[in-house]
Design a protein around this ligand. Structure first.
Ligand SMILES: [Cu+2]
Length: 205
C-alpha cells in the first residue's frame, strides 16, 4: 500500500523555517527536498539536541495556482504628464575629506532638502550610475520607462520601489508623488553606500 505523503510546507511549518533548521543541524536538503519525508517519519538533529520533528500522518492537497496576470491596475503615467524632469547621478566621490558615495555630487545632509515636489505632481527622474546601485524611493512606487535609452528589462514591469542600476547604466523612471505631504528619503539600497552618503531628502509640499 502506498504511504500517505505530506506537503513539504508542512515540514517547513513544523521546523519553524530555516533558522531553526540551522540551529538543529538538519540540512536544507533534508527539509527542502522535492521528495518529502514519508508520513510518520522522524527527522532527527545531527547534533545532540533533545529535538525531533515528527511528520504528521495526514495528506494535504494544494489547489493554489499562480494567476497568469498578477495585476492589471498598474498606473499608466505618460511622459507628457510629467510636470518636470530631474537628473540624479549616483557616483563615488569625496565626502568630509574621505571616500563617499554621492547623489548629484553631494553627500547626504539630514538638514538639507534636496528635492521639493508639490503633492500630486508627476515627475520623470533620470538616474545614472557609476557602479551597481539599487536606487530606492520612499513614499511612492514608480515605473521604469527605459534603461540606457532601451526597453526596460522584463523584471522592470509593474510598480517598483527600487530600480537596480548596473555599472554605467542609466534609467528613466516616472511616478506621481501622491499620498502624503512631508519629508521622505531616496537612496541607494546598498547599505554601505547609503551609510556613506548616498541618500537624499525629498519634500512633498
Ligand atoms: Cu550604491
Amino acid at each position: 500500500m502506498r504511504e500517505p505523503t505530506v506537503d513539504r510546507r508542512q515540514v517547513l511549518g513544523l521546523g519553524g523555517a530555516l533558522g531553526l533548521m540551522s540551529a538543529t543541524g538538519l540540512s536544507a536538503a533534508a527539509v527542502l527536498s522535492r521528495r518529502p519525508p514519508a508520513a510518520g517519519a522522524e527527522l532527527r538533529s545531527a547534533v545532540p539536541l533533545p529535538l525531533a520533528f515528527r511528520v504528521p500522518l495526514r495528506k494535504a492537497a494544494d489547489g493554489s495556482r499562480i494567476p497568469r496576470v498578477l495585476s492589471n491596475d498598474v498606473p499608466a503615467w505618460r511622459r507628457s504628464d510629467a510636470a518636470r524632469v530631474r537628473d540624479f547621478s549616483f557616483r563615488a566621490g569625496r565626502m568630509h575629506g574621505g571616500h563617499g558615495w554621492l547623489i548629484g555630487g553631494r553627500p547626504f545632509d539630514p538638514a538639507r532638502t534636496d528635492v521639493t515636489v508639490p503633492l500630486g505632481d508627476v515627475e520623470v527622474w533620470r538616474l545614472i550610475a557609476d557602479v551597481h546601485h539599487p536606487v530606492h524611493l520612499h513614499l511612492v512606487g514608480f515605473r521604469v520607462r527605459s534603461r540606457s535609452g532601451k526597453q526596460p528589462l522584463p523584471h522592470d514591469a509593474g510598480l517598483k520601489d527600487t530600480v537596480s542600476l548596473r555599472p554605467g547604466e542609466s534609467a528613466e523612471i516616472i511616478t506621481r508623488f501622491d499620498g502624503y505631504r512631508g519629508r521622505y528619503l531616496f537612496h541607494c539600497h546598498n547599505a554601505e553606500h547609503e551609510d556613506m552618503g548616498m541618500m537624499a531628502n525629498l519634500e512633498i509640499i
